[in-house]
Ligand binder design. Sequence first.
Ligand code: AMP
Ligand code: ZN
Length: 309
Amino acid sequence: MSALTTHNATAEEVYLDRLLAAQLLLPTDLPGIYARGSAFAQIMEGLEHAITRYGRTKETILLRCPPVLPRSIVEKCGYFQSFPQLLGCMCSFTGGTTEHDALMQAVDAGDNLLPHLELADVVMAPAACYYVYPYLAGTLPTEGKTTDIENWCYRHEPSLNPMRMRSFRMREFVHAGTPEQALGFRDRWIERAQEFLTLLGLTATVEAASDPFFGAGERLMAAQQRAQALKFELLIPIVSDERPTAVMSSNYHKDHFGHLFDIHTPDGQTAHTACLAFGMERIVLALLAEHGLQLSQWPRTLQARLEVN
Ligand code: AMP
Ligand code: ZN
């Protein structure tokens, strides 16, 4: 598959073609869905280890979860209201042999399969941290709790921009505690995240940001998020100075999840939460753009730090 189907290919599409030619990413028939080639997978593994060494302490709770999430969680969190356009819902076949005949006819004819399937009780996880909050229900210790989670995430935004995948990995550190603890965590991690990227030879700028809310209230929601400085992104101009890419982001949710999932501080107040997300593929793509597609040509210190050669 070549991304260069027109003469007006964007810098992002040109980059995708280089990644495919070097077999860093392997194509499927679908935009935004790639297999990771050997070198890409190696960098990814090294990056996971580097983040563990850098960010995990002995108090951090480690959580690893399936890439599907109970649909009830996203419903409770208002994902259908705010981001229905991004969600990957799943369907299953639940009929008997008669319904199966009808299904097979539809498959053979290339028809819409939806009438033959039933909406499943799971969805593709849209972000890693949704799994964390239900497990925090109850009273937190005085120092709060920090969780380390990584998961495959799905967002329905088909694109030939390799920085915008449909299925990608997100590593997050999530803190729940008092408002001061959550904000302190957020502020500390924005600085530490920038420092982490510097160790990888990457220079990122920090900017206030907003999420792509759906529908009529979109502008208002986004404006509120910015006005309250709830979301920050670490941006790197991977292939274009005009369109830098968010490789990491931090979100301060105030008491949103604390309220929804009954999370309390020891004094009985609703807990506040904040999370810091590493966009794993985007960091790898920034590394490849900065240091070259040949890992053997990378600076020695970086090779050692990411266990690649
Ligand atoms: P968000 O929840 O949108 O702030 O996403 C958290 C992080 O995941 C972002 O900072 C990105 O690095 C990464 N990310 C978000 N969307 C995508 C995507 N479509 N493809 C690859 N990485 C993504
Ligand atoms: Zn999060």
